[in-house]
Design a protein. Structure first.
Length: 411
């Protein structure tokens, strides 16, 4: 057989190519499946994220420096001991002279677990630390022995005179223990409290009688007579008794006027009036012939009846109506006395070379307040009702017309 007669060899090239391609496809599938299984099965579980709010430092409010409350001083330069000139009522004529944020700016903290969501831990907020405040220093009051009824209470009003001009007269008020002294009125004197202590009547120099709030605000004219003054407000609040010299001539008389000026009636010839506790009578100073001293008269007017005619003046009736304190000359100096309402039981309370004047009772009747330059300077004093345990409660308080202008006292 010739070479042309042999059967031809089979062509294997396409099968080889197909086999290679098939292996490549199988390998690629294995790689893809292996990677997917790694992704699906081999990745570790994620760690849950826990949100922890920041720790907030305690909020501490700084303690401010504490300065004592300003208390008006009642001390001052020494005044001369010569008594003030004593003008009569007639002498008043003439021309008037955000709290801090606990989270920081823009930070809002959840207030409950439900607001915060699962896995969120709420911080525990520290307590706010507040400062401990030290007590404010109070003015020192000179200690004194007091009667069984306890320490005095209430307020005082009085004239302070710093010169000889009308504008040199001032009305001051203070507490019964001497604290809280302050000036409330200028060009004013001879104060008297209303029974409830909310109002004060006074003489406005050269202008007449006025009524204001107890702190001196909102003054209103009641009587436009320049020669009037030395006031006493009735216990029922309906009347203000005062001394006046009508027409600048003749006797000084006592009249009573309504606090709003709507009514007025005469009481009697006399001055420095003071109401009895039931307001049925007025005690004042007058003379009948040569018998001068403390008299009483019906508050609606009538004949004056003497209580004691020893030339005493400026009476004030005790809250129970049983005693009267007044001032009179002893050995050339004014001293304080008490006497029973019927004129019996006269008793001297003060003595010495200094004046003791302008007295009035405390609301409970256990104390007497008065003025004196004893110790070298005019001041306000207090003593027990029997004259014991005198103590100065305010200094540098020169009086006005001390023969007629008593200290006013309110509950």
């Amino acid at each position: 057989m010739t070479a042309e007669g042999k059967p031809p060899s089979p062509n294997r090239t396409p099968w080889i190519i197909a086999g290679v391609l098939g292996c490549l496809v199988v390998c690629l599938l294995i790689v893809i499946l292996s990677g997917g299984a790694f992704v699906l099965l081999g990745q570790p579980k994620p760690t849950p994220v826990v949100l922890v709010a920041p720790t907030v430092p305690p909020v501490v409010v700084p303690t401010p420096p504490l300065a004592p409350s300003p208390v008006p001083s009642v001390a001052g330069p020494t005044q001369p001991l010569a008594p003030s000139p004593v003008p009569s009522v007639a002498g008043r004529g003439g021309p008037p002279p955000t709290s801090p944020s606990v989270g920081g700016p823009g930070v809002v903290l959840p207030t409950s677990p439900s607001e915060a969501g699962p896995g969120v831990v709420l911080p525990t907020l520290p307590a706010v630390v507040l400062p401990t405040l030290a007590p404010v220093a109070q003015p020192t009051v000179t200690p004194t022995t007091v009667p069984k009824g306890g320490a005095p209470t209430g307020r005082l009003a009085f004239t302070v005179r710093r010169g000889d001009r009308p504008e040199d007269n001032y009305v001051w008020i203070m507490n019964a223990d001497g604290s809280g002294a302050k000036q409330i009125l200028t060009r004013a004197s001879e104060p008297s409290f209303s029974p409830d202590g909310t109002k004060i009547a006074f003489y406005q120099w050269r202008d007449g009688i006025f009524v204001a709030n107890a702190d001196g605000t909102d003054p209103k004219k009641v009587l436009g007579e320049g020669q009037s003054g030395y006031l006493s407000w009735s216990h029922d609040g309906r009347w203000i008794a005062f001394s006046v010299r009508p027409g600048s001539a003749g006797n000084i008389v006592t009249d009573a006027i309504a606090p709003d000026g709507s009514a007025r009636h005469p009481v009697g010839v006399g001055w420095s009036p003071y109401w009895t506790p039931d307001d049925t009578q007025i005690v004042f100073v007058t003379c009948r012939g040569s018998a001068c001293g403390i008299y009483k008269v019906a508050s609606g007017g009538g004949d004056a009846v003497p209580i004691i005619t020893d030339d005493g003046g400026l009476p004030a009736v005790s809250p129970d109506g049983n005693r009267i304190v007044y001032q009179k000359d002893i050995d050339g100096q004014k001293q304080l006395f008490t006497v029973n309402a019927d004129g019996s039981g006269k008793r001297q309370l003060t003595s010495g070379a200094a004046l003791h004047v302008c007295a009035n009772w405390s609301p409970d009747g256990n104390f007497i307040f008065y003025r004196s330059p004893e110790g070298g300077q005019w001041g306000i004093w207090r003593m027990n009702a029997d004259g014991s345990n005198p103590v100065k409660i305010a200094n540098d308080m020169p009086p006005g017309d001390w023969p007629y202008d008593r200290i006013a006292v309110s509950k």
